[in-house]
Design a protein around this ligand. Structure first.
Ligand code: SAH
Ligand code: SF4
Length: 355
């Protein structure tokens, strides 16, 4: 008999499992805390349970972490793990440290079916969606590595304070599992991450964006990368399906629900493609038309072998940023992290051809 995996079940599902053994809600709560507050992976350590119950759990259930195949550490402290799931599929998870905190960048799919022309992951196509458990367990394995269950042992602030859903895959092509995973991460009895510390990035799957607002309330980032449909479609073919008007209308709806928060627009700086001052002005006009509380994140393009694009020069990026700021929008340049280990945006891959 195959064992049922506990990581990734909602609380209601977990309760349903315990009820099979005649256990009540408070037991399910305790189990939840063992899994998500203490980070226990071994039933014998669940000391508030009777030996009998521990044995029953052991026989019927598993608590699995993905296997760390490799760990690479960048000169800037960024870490990248190649993780393997039970079926042998692999993804990458990245930890990006900052002075007094840090973000785990989680993947939602093996590969990605959106096919943005500038993205290394996108050149790999989609193999499968990750389950909710596989999404959450990327964060959990990082907590194992950093010894942060239930909190850092020496009383220092958590290194793993934030989550960005910006790894491999399009989260809104795997919406249900992503939502389930985010709700586990924010559950107050377990990992208890604040919604404000989670940012989900999407290429703009307009019809699904509202659901994220309603069912999670996390911060939103949208990969815009161009000021008009023609340019956007040329680098992001998905724009044919969900053109800018639809994406920006969905952003307006998002802001009605998740109020008082900016939407971050990610804008990849590609030399001679989307980095002129005219592009910047068109972008400002577009934002004003939709009256969005927006800020920009200008991303330096990370080239990969055979990509066919070049990064914009620093001068170009600076001028572009200033033009957006003149238009009233904050537009910092996102410093690339972990480039030396191919852990930066758009460089993640899971197949053997990776460098
Ligand atoms: N699929 C989602 C989230 C993952 S990609 C999305 O597209 O938003 C995370 C960010 O990395 C996106 O803004 C994406 O456009 C950007 N990105 C992709 N390829 C890149 C590259 N080669 N250099 C820099 N950023 C890249
Ligand atoms: Fe997929 Fe995002 Fe890469 Fe586009 S940028 S191919 S949506 S992972």
């Amino acid at each position: 008999m195959t064992k049922i995996e506990l990581i990734g079940l909602s609380f209601e599902e977990l309760l349903g499992e315990l009820e099979k053994f005649g256990e009540k809600k408070f037991r399910a709560k305790q189990l939840w805390q063992w899994l998500y507050f203490h980070g226990v992976t071994d039933f014998s350590k669940m000391t508030s349970f009777s030996k009998d119950l521990r044995e029953k759990l052991e026989q019927n259930y598993s608590i699995t972490r993905p296997k760390i195949v490799t760990e690479q550490i960048s000169s800037d402290g960024t870490r990248k793990w190649l993780l393997e799931f039970a079926d042998g599929q692999r993804i990458e998870t990245v930890y990006i440290p900052e002075e007094d905190r840090g973000a785990i960048c989680v993947s939602t799919q093996v590969g990605c079916g959106v096919g943005c022309k500038f993205c290394h992951t996108g050149s790999q196509r989609i193999t499968r969606n990750l389950t909710a458990g596989e999404i959450v367990s990327q964060f959990m394995v990082a907590r194992d590595v950093y010894g942060e269950w239930p909190s850092p042992s020496n009383g220092t602030p958590r290194k793993l304070s934030n989550v960005v859903v910006m790894g491999m895959g399009e989260p809104l092509h795997n919406t249900e599992n992503t939502i389930k995973a985010l709700n586990i991460l924010t559950d107050g009895e377990g990992i208890a991450l604040s919604k404000r510390r989670i940012t989900l990035s999407t290429s703009g799957i307009a019809p699904k964006m509202l659901q994220i607002a309603q069912e999670t309330g996390v911060k939103l980032a949208v990969s815009l990368h161009a000021p008009n449909n023609e340019k956007r479609t040329s680098i992001m073919p998905i724009n044919k399906q969900y053109p800018l008007e639809e994406v920006l209308k969905a952003c307006q709806e998002y802001q009605k629900i998740v109020t008082s928060r900016y939407i971050t627009f990610e804008y990849l700086m590609l030399k001679d493609i989307n980095d002129s001052l005219d592009d910047a002005r068109e972008l400002v006009a577009l934002m004003k038309k939709y009256k969005l509380g927006a800020k920009f994140n200008l991303i330096a393009f990370n080239p990969w072998p055979g990509c066919g694009f070049e990064p914009s020069s620093n001068n170009r990026i600076r001028a572009f940023s200033q033009e957006l700021e003149r238009g009233g929008f904050v537009a910092p340049v996102r410093v690339a992290r972990g480039q030396d280990i191919l852990a930066a945006c758009g460089q993640l891959k899971s197949k053997k051809e990776q460098n």
